[in-house]
Design a protein around this ligand. Structure first.
Ligand code: FAD
Ligand code: MLT
Ligand code: ZN
Length: 482
């Protein structure tokens, strides 16, 4: 280790306390939890894992790294719960990056019932926000399977979507203010909680979805909504993707703003939950290519919700969109149905390494997209397994590919990932879609993005990155290369 790197580590220890700077120097310390991503696509090597306890400590760490960057080559990878799907929050193999993990900054700072807002530190786990909102009679409507471990800072960093976007929008739509440490180590306090503010460039929305490349989010003020009086969940069998899209139209028409969830799940994806999590008891999937999970939220009463839901399901049956269905009769049943949906990512991971996509397509074109892209993939790579599910209400599909049954998944990925991505992304482009609707670019897609984004847009993105982070200190090699 060079003298300047030792000096850097010493300074970082004085910023946050020696016990919060973890390095490989101590052979007993295992840093895998911070160095390896959730999907096990990458295992890097950190110079150190630094765990600040306050905004001031984050600022001190960033300012120290900025000052010693030229001498040490250090850069910073912000990390929350490390549930990124695109290798966005783990260090590369250089041993020169520090992981700035915010999990110690996990406090709810304020709940303003009159303003319907909640302010939390960035390392606060999403479920903690949801629980705090509920305890005060509100709903914080961001919901995703990783909610027990992902943090609000990571949700903002990725502009996470999840299963309630059809009604409440992405994380960006739920955020009213941010506190951010800039790449120079300055603190910008933008925790205004205002719903309207037209005083110049929208810095908040620039930082949201920047994947830690423009600064470190240290706290956020988030919107709350009233808790619905009743929520009902139905699980339906649908005969085709065309019918799933038709059912979505019917659901919008019948339920209006009451439609809070519309998730589609393919037969093979559900079979993986049945195989790897037999306690889940997946309904209906064996006899149908697709199932759709619907949720209605009602501000009047359960009886009102049930009447509306029954009207929808009857119309769906009459029009041939639904061939079979169940409505949860209790909260426990509803939770069990949602659990099956939320188990899909883990079941797929248990099946082995895979190629994931989080694409979006105009909803009307999804059936044709799936048919033509399925055919192109099957032609190019016979035997591959499609693990499809996703947020059909938002036009967002997890259009995932698993190696053929029995194949060596790692070898399959090495040989075919580029081919698969090219077929899928070319098709997405032809159908007017986006190659990432919710997981972001990270390092997995950083070299793909230039092929699918306008050169003008890329130039503007690079200009923003260079202006805010001229030395490329923050999460280099993610989102856009400069
Ligand atoms: P991390 O993984 O730690 O970081 C994610 C990115 O944000 C990285 O680029 C990181 O550098 C940056 N970042 C983290 N903290 C900060 C900060 N404080 N300031 C600035 N940048 C920061 N995503 C969806 O959109 N919808 C889903 O439905 C969904 N479901 C998931 C289900 C599972 C089982 C898993 C494992 C992941 C899922 N994800 C989903 C992906 C993931 O993006 C989200 O879980 C979450 O938004 C990431 O939060 P995190 O705290 O784990 O962030
Ligand atoms: C989901 O919708 O479950 C997530 O985005 C995670 C995934 O794609 O596996
Ligand atoms: Zn998703």
């Amino acid at each position: 280790m060079t003298e300047s790197v030792s000096a850097l580590l010493e300074e970082l220890r004085s910023c946050v306390g020696a016990q919060h700077v973890l390095t490989h120097d101590d052979p007993a310390t295992d840093l895998s939890a911070w160095e390896e991503d959730w999907r096990k696509r990458s295992h890097g090597r950190a110079l150190a894992v630094v765990r600040p306890g306050s905004t001031e400590e984050v600022a001190a760490v960033v300012a120290t790294c900025a000052r010693l960057q030229a001498a040490t080559g250090v850069s910073i990878v912000p990390q929350g719960g490390n549930t990124s799907m695109v290798v966005g929050a783990v260090p590369d193999a250089s041993g020169q990056q520090i992981v700035l993990n915010l999990q110690r900054m996990n406090k709810i700072l304020a709940l303003d019932a009159g303003n319907s807002t909640l302010t939390a530190q960035a390392g606060c786990v999403l479920q903690t926000l949801q629980d705090a909102a509920r305890a005060a009679g509100f709903l914080f409507p961001l919901s995703l399977a990783a909610e027990g471990s992902c943090t609000v800072g990571g949700n903002l960093g990725t502009n996470a979507g999840g299963t309630q976007v059809v009604r409440y929008g992405n994380t960006r739509e739920l955020c009213l203010g941010l506190e951010v440490v800039t790449p120079q180590g300055q603190v910008w306090n933008g925790l205004s909680g205002l719903r309207k503010d037209n005083t110049g460039y929208d810095l908040r929305n620039l930082l949201i979805g920047a994947e830690g490349t423009l600064g470190v989010i240290t706290a956020a003020t988030m919107k709350l909504v009233p808790l619905p009086a009743a929520q009902l969940t139905a699980w339906t069998a649908v005969p085709s993707m065309e019918h799933a899209v038709a059912l979505l139209g019917l659901a919008h028409k019948t339920l209006g703003a009451g439609l809070t969830g519309f998730e589609v799940m393919g037969q093979y994806a559900l079979s993986l939950v049945a195989r790897h999590m037999p306690a889940s008891r997946v309904p209906l999937y064996e006899a149908t290519p697709w199932c759709v999970l619907l949720e209605v939220s009602d501000h009047e009463s359960e009886a009102h919700a049930r009447a509306q839901f029954e009207r929808l399901l009857e119309a769906g049956m009459e029009q041939g969109c639904i061939t079979d269905g169940v409505v949860a009769e209790s909260l426990a049943q509803a939770q069990a149905l949602w659990q099956i949906r939320e188990n899909l990512p883990m079941a797929q991971a248990m099946e082995g390494l895979n190629i994931k996509h989080d694409i979006s397509i105009p909803i009307s074109r999804i059936p044709e997209f799936v048919a033509t892209t399925d055919a192109a993939l099957a032609h190019a790579l016979p035997g591959i397994r499609m693990v499809d599910f996703g947020h059909l209400g938002d036009g967002n599909l997890h259009y995932n590919v698993q190696a053929p049954e029995g194949a060596d998944a790692a070898a399959f990925l090495r040989a075919n990932e580029t081919t698969v991505n090219t077929i899928v992304f070319e098709s997405v482009t032809r159908f007017g879609g986006s190659i990432s609707a919710e997981h972001g670019i990270g390092s997995l897609k950083v070299d793909k993005l230039p092929g699918y984004k306008s050169p003008v847009a890329l130039d503007m993105m690079r200009a923003i990155k260079r202006a805010l982070d001229p030395t490329n200190l923050m999460n280099p090699g993610r989102v856009v290369r400069v």
